[in-house]
Design a protein around this ligand. Structure first.
Ligand SMILES: C[S@@+](CC[C@H](N)C(=O)[O-])C[C@H]1O[C@@H](n2cnc3c(N)ncnc32)[C@H](O)[C@@H]1O
Length: 308
């Protein structure tokens, strides 16, 4: 979808509270040092998973967790009391054995006294096919708040009701709509396509977020002008989702080429030319008559199978 956006953004390479966007080239710990306490309303990120992607050196799990802890502590420091941290992770794989990273990262948040509000399952229908275990088709986002007095607004992220016209059929409210006309809570399992080669948002980054995933978090956990921080910014998906909804954003990446793409995406956004997949677009389901039919023989038996 092409947005009707037309806005100029103030972009800085070092943090300043007046920047609409800060894109820092270097280690996120260096950018975090520039940001005062209690500045960000939301920290959302997908850190490296320590699985040997082109942008990371594989480390021992404990060294990886030690670094994550340093970053999370600093994110906690810059977070406002009403603020949230959303950490999106998958699995670390060690010699064929998987370790879900949210399990091993949870104690870091717990030690800081943060409260977990949801463990969101991000489900996607496509990915690599495993042969020695079931293929992985979800990752998680663990959502923690700094205090009990956290900001959360469901209305901008409600999804259509299944039966919007359903009414109470007895009692005092007989005849009135029985469900919220603004829509229902999207719940904690989100079916959003991951950014693979045919996705409209695909860049050369091997693991970028879909914008829709971050839009839900930005819209429900922040208000206009709030700062959304991403320590591992990649090609700027957090920045795009934040600026699209009049929030500020800041983040770092160690790779110049990813920040260049982030700048380009933000520039396209400012001219209303960035294509993103709309937040609540239903998942494409192929129609039966678009499928080819195939006869498969099983011994004497002939069965009809459908292939996509
Ligand atoms: C999983 S990717 C994030 C992708 C991002 N969510 C997006 O949509 O583009 C992790 C990123 O962290 C960056 N990175 C790795 N170590 C870093 C560090 N110490 N400081 C900042 N960025 C780092 C990598 O270059 C990589 O782009």
């Amino acid at each position: 979808m092409q947005s009707l956006f037309n806005k100029k953004f103030v972009i800085g390479e070092k943090y300043h509270e007046n920047n609409d966007l800060t894109l820092y080239l270097g280690d996120c710990m260096d950018l975090l040092k520039q940001i005062p306490d209690n500045s960000a309303q939301l920290v959302v990120t997908s850190p490296p998973y320590n699985i040997g992607k082109e942008y990371e050196k594989r480390q021992k799990l404990q060294s990886y967790l030690d670094f994550q802890e340093q970053v999370i502590k600093e994110c906690y420091r810059i977070l406002k009391p009403e603020g949230s941290i959303c950490w999106q992770t998958g699995n670390y794989v060690d010699n064929g054995s998987i370790i879900p990273l949210d399990i091993v990262i949870y104690p870091i948040f717990n030690k800081l006294g943060m409260k977990m509000r949801n463990r969101i399952v991000w489900y996607f229908g496509h990915g690599l096919h495993a042969s020695r275990r079931f293929s992985g088709r979800y990752e998680t986002i663990v959502w923690f708040t700094k205090t009990d007095n956290y900001f959360f607004n469901l209305d901008p992220v409600r999804i259509p009701q299944k039966y919007p016209a359903k009414k109470h059929f007895k009692g005092d409210r007989r005849g009135e709509l029985s469900c919220n006309p603004l829509g229902k809570n999207p719940a904690d399992v989100w079916d959003i396509p991951n950014v693979k080669s045919n996705h409209t948002e695909k860049t050369e980054h091997p693991c970028q977020f879909p914008v829709a995933l971050i839009e839900r978090l930005v819209l429900s956990m922040t208000q206009e002008s709030d700062l959304v921080f991403d320590p591992f910014m990649g090609v700027g998906t957090t920045a795009v989702a934040s600026l699209l909804h009049n929030r500020k954003s800041a983040g770092a990446d160690i790779e110049q080429k990813y920040l260049d793409i982030a700048k380009k995406r933000v520039s396209l956004l400012s001219y209303g030319q960035l294509k993103t997949r709309p937040m609540n677009q239903p998942i494409y389901k192929p129609k039966q008559n678009n499928q080819q039919s195939l006869f498969v023989e099983f011994g004497d038996d002939v069965r009809l199978a459908l292939i996509n």
